[in-house]
Design a protein around this ligand. Structure first.
Ligand code: CMP
Length: 137
């Protein structure tokens, strides 16, 4: 069924000029880019966005990283796009993400932390609705 999901191209992806390459993969898969903007996160936005990770050891480094430069936020539409985009993105750690995925093909494995994994995609319909509301309100 048709779903919407929230995708972020994180500061490492924008800084490395990978926005076009990442959007090209999304469009090649057949997903519709329904909303798209380049923006700067704020601590308040990230506290909401990463609510479930508050208190975890990687939370502060993750927030600092997400504040280190602009991000590109998008809403994608498509059949089962929530699971489909996460499959396109690959597993969390770019060092071991499968070749053919965004993280596997573009993620660097030297001197980079696991939070520098280029993209974020919502993990459930509930997260997608919540996150779309945070970034596109
Ligand atoms: P994402 O799945 O978009 O949302 C949580 C993010 O936390 C994840 O991407 C990584 O960027 C980051 N992160 C950093 N360290 C970890 C970790 N140990 N486990 C999971 N996520 C981590």
């Amino acid at each position: 069924s048709t779903e919407r999901t929230l995708v972020l191209i994180k500061p490492d992806g924008v800084e490395r000029r990978l926005t076009g390459a990442i959007l090209a993969r999304i469009e090649a898969k057949g997903y519709t880019v329904a909303e798209l903007k380049k923006t700067e996160a704020t601590r308040a936005i990230l506290e909401e966005h990463y609510e479930e990770h508050q208190g975890k050891p990687f939370y502060e480094p993750l927030v600092e990283f997400m504040l280190s430069g602009p991000v590109v936020a998008a809403v994608l539409e498509g059949n089962r796009v929530i699971e489909g985009f996460r499959s396109l993105a690959g597993t969390t750690d770019p060092t071991t993400a499968a070749p053919g995925t965004i993280r596997g093909d573009f993620g660097r494995d030297w001197g980079t932390a696991v939070q520098q994994n280029l993209v974020h995609g919502s993990d459930s319909p509930e997260s997608a609705a919540r996150e779309i509301g945070i970034w596109f309100s």
